[in-house]
Design a binder for this molecule. Sequence first.
Ligand SMILES: NC(=O)C1=CN([C@@H]2O[C@H](COP(=O)(O)OP(=O)(O)OC[C@H]3O[C@@H](n4cnc5c(N)ncnc54)[C@H](O)[C@@H]3O)[C@@H](O)[C@H]2O)C=CC1
Ligand SMILES: O=C(O)[C@@H]1CCC=N1
Length: 271
Amino acid sequence: MSADSRTAILGAGVMGETLLSGLIRAGRRVEDLLVGEKRRERGEELQERYGVTVLGNVEAARTAETIVIVVKPQDMDDLLAEIAPVVRPGQLVVSLAAGITTALIESRLPEGVAVVRVMPNTPALVDEGMAAISRGSHCDESHLLEAEELMASVGRVLRVPEKQQDAVTAVSGSGPAYIFFVVEAMIEAGVHLGLPRSTASELVVQTVVGSAKLLRETGEHPVVLRERVTSPAGTTAAAVRELEDHKVRAAFLTALEAARDRSRALAEGSS
Ligand SMILES: NC(=O)C1=CN([C@@H]2O[C@H](COP(=O)(O)OP(=O)(O)OC[C@H]3O[C@@H](n4cnc5c(N)ncnc54)[C@H](O)[C@@H]3O)[C@@H](O)[C@H]2O)C=CC1
Ligand SMILES: O=C(O)[C@@H]1CCC=N1
């Protein structure tokens, strides 16, 4: 990405703002960033918070070299119809929408426009995001590098074949929500055992952060790390037996299948 290339973020809700703030933290000049946002008050809020220029979608798409689409899958059709007349080959369109294929986006834009599909996640807000990127049919290496650079400003980036993106969405796109669900359940359990809520929260959050760090820094398989916590006939063995009896592992399998299937269905729902 050249230093003076402009990037437009169209749709600045949770994920759009996450990317916007990350690009600014990473040193992108705010003058080179544009926002297109349907809700006027939201656009004004971002203009005030970051000093970013908020334009109509058409104006933003016309002006920028890179167009990042961060609207909900259900809003994709309307947005593509709006910007298609001004989008041209030579620009890069990056979509962060779950389920929407590069083929669908390409079919709504002029022939030859490069499209990259990305599945990010919300830890990008603290520069610990995980993004998977896939190339559309008009992409070359430079487009992938550009999308990689964009997402690397807020975390890690992996290239995957597009056919894996629905599974990626189920694992890392929605993944933070499963972790928060587990955290919430553990805090409630701690309170049930008589701990003050603030004590339970601190114990659980630090345990999650520490365990994540242990996984990353040792590179050990989670089973090995779990075995190290599990003393013979001890407390952990008693708890894990209950998790197995309650089919928590099977629940994760069916939950992720449901997320994968929903991702697939979103593409159909958008047209
Ligand atoms: N929130 C998350 O954890 C993740 C979200 N995504 C994807 O990011 C996209 C956005 O999700 P969120 O940020 O969570 O939703 P959101 O509802 O917070 O943000 C969407 C924004 O787009 C705006 N918008 C709608 N139509 C528009 C249009 N025609 N022009 C300009 N702006 C328009 C809305 O006003 C809203 O501010 C979705 O496609 C989702 O699949 C992907 C991975 C993770
Ligand atoms: O729930 C969703 O549809 C989006 C995509 C992945 C995370 N949030």
